[in-house]
Design a protein around this ligand. Structure first.
Ligand code: FAD
Ligand code: SF4
Length: 478
């Protein structure tokens, strides 16, 4: 039994939130080291002391995978960090990752009662603490693996959905092989989210654990081109396939001049930086147009745009500006990213929209013609619709423009699997609980079904799929 927190409620509620130490903004704006440095054990215990152990914990209801936060915080309070980590892993297979990247303010911490009058318990920071503690202790116990069932499952895509499904399926005794199009494993966790938010070593550690559990990985395999879903089933003999290919196809603005040299999609910019090690320049050559001493704008207001603009700043941009057509209140990026970006000297041009990119005679970008916007009536998702202000056009001098306004499904697999049902936006249609698609033996989950969402939702989908695949492999019913 964990030691009980006997401090009176009133006193607990007066303890200020323990803040995460961070790298100095002046220093970190010029390197790719992780910004948040993690809590030390005494800080974590202090933070755990603040929890008032609600009878119906709102934090748990608001966590998409229902992590048992109340029990975990009590274990941290009593100093049993390894037991806390083990309890966490019952619902969340990748806590070192979610502790770093979950949008806690709109999930678990958003449901914390303390947040109504003051600051919520720092659940994400505690999650990260116990996961890091467990890893550094070297006492990470691998789960038991059931005896072989003789069945095999192909997982397509190694993002959080694919990895969490693979981890659960291998434990149930099935053979699991993950096929990944890129040369590195981890999906957006490695090619999208930069080192300064999520160190690659953390993701690699999780992949290595899966390997030790027996999961097989094959990189540089583009399913739909190298091999089709039908071939995986009929020729290679897999009994089931889980499609977890994400939503990595960039969306552009569709304005004149987007073809100019110096205009990138945020996905391309981040992939080149993250996977081709531009963040370790000059040790590795930068395979992207040099941002140093140039004016860079990033168009968009979500996590991707924020990651791109903070990356450009670190690559030495003279100015790194975020251009967003709504106001800051509507930005979907995590609150922490916005705060960190401001501290690092990112300029914010809100209510501004590029309508044309301008270039020189050699086809290099020189400027962005922009228009000012104002907010009108709410649109379908409840956010106020931006409307152009007549006669407000102006030109921003720009050498590099990065478009981070969203992504969509890559139609490759769907186009080579005609009996796999998709919706009008090209996402695979799958049952929300069983993850079954229209095609026998094929399951799908994560961003390829929901559209761009969050790491924890993708992981939750992977776990649901693993349960459903296991049932299907046992009873053969479809
Ligand atoms: P992905 O992570 O996209 O992984 C899919 C994998 O499938 C990729 O590795 C891809 O290469 C591979 N693949 C695709 N097609 C094929 C094919 N034909 N054959 C074989 N392999 C294929 N969420 C948060 O919760 N917090 C954040 O801070 C956050 N920041 C983000 C920052 C960026 C830059 C981006 C792009 C997204 C961010 N997200 C964030 C969203 C989150 O990362 C995604 O919702 C999540 O990664 C989706 O997981 P997934 O497994 O469905 O797909
Ligand atoms: Fe919060 Fe995400 Fe952890 Fe759930 S998984 S408790 S939402 S940080």
């Amino acid at each position: 039994m964990p030691e009980m927190n006997t401090l009176p409620l009133k006193e607990r509620m007066q303890i200020p939130r323990v803040h995460m130490p961070e790298l100095d903004p002046q220093v970190r704006a010029h390197n790719f080291q992780e910004v948040n440095r993690g809590l030390a054990a005494p800080g974590a215990v202090n933070e755990a002391t603040r929890c008032i152990a609600c009878a119906k914990p709102g934090c748990q209801l608001d966590c998409p995978v229902g992590v048992k936060i109340k029990e975990i915080v009590a274990l941290i309070y009593s100093g049993d960090f390894l037991a806390a980590a083990a309890k966490m892993r019952e619902d969340n297979a990748l806590p070192a990752i979610t502790g770093r990247v979950c949008p806690q303010e709109s999930q678990c911490e958003g449901g914390c009662v303390l947040g109504k009058k003051g600051e919520p318990v720092a659940i994400g920071n505690l999650e990260r603490f116990i996961a890091d503690f467990e890893r550094q202790s070297g006492q990470l116990g691998l789960p038991a693996i059931a005896p072989s069932t003789g069945k095999s499952v192909a997982v397509v895509g190694s993002g959080p959905a694919g990895l969490s499904a693979a981890g659960d399926l291998i434990q149930k005794g099935h053979r699991v092989r993950v096929f990944e199009a890129l040369h590195e494993l981890g999906g957006v966790l490695v090619y999208g989210i930069p080192e300064f938010r999520l160190p690659k070593a953390i993701v690699k550690g999780e992949v290595d654990n899966l390997r030790r559990m027996g999961v097989e990985f094959e990189t540089n395999v583009v399913v739909g081109r190298s091999v089709t879903l039908d071939e995986l089933m009929r020729v290679e003999g897999y009994d089931a396939v889980f499609v977890a290919t994400g939503a990595g196809l960039p969306v552009f603005l569709g304005v004149p001049g987007e073809h100019l040299n110096g205009v990138y999609s945020a996905n391309e910019f981040l992939t080149r930086t993250n996977l081709m090690r531009a963040y370790r320049f000059p040790e590795f050559d930068q395979p992207i147009y040099d941002c140093r001493d140039r004016d860079v704008i990033v168009v968009g207001g979500g996590n991707t745009a924020m990651d791109a603009v903070r990356t450009a700043r670190r690559l030495g941009a003279k100015s790194a500006t975020l251009v967003y057509r709504r106001s800051e209140a509507e930005m979907p990026a995590r609150a922490e990213e916005v705060k960190h970006a401001r501290e690092e000297g990112i300029e914010f041009r809100m209510l501004t929209n590029p309508v044309e990119f301008l270039g020189d005679q050699k086809g290099w970008l020189t400027g962005a013609r922009c228009v000012r916007m104002e907010l009108g009536e709410p649109d379908a998702d409840g956010r106020r619709r931006p409307v152009a202000v007549a006669g407000s056009e102006f030109v921003l001098p720009v050498n590099v423009a990065i478009i981070g306004v969203g992504t969509t499904a890559n139609p490759l697999i769907q186009s080579t699997t005609p009996d796999l049902a998709t919706n009008r936006r090209n996402y695979i249609v799958a049952h929300p609980e069983t993850m079954r698609t229209s095609k026998r033996g094929i399951f799908a989950g994560g961003d390829i079904v929901t559209g761009g969402a969050t790491v924890i939702l993708a992981m939750g989908a992977g776990r649901k799929a693993a349960r459903a695949i296991d049932e299907y492999l046992k009873d053969g019913e479809w």
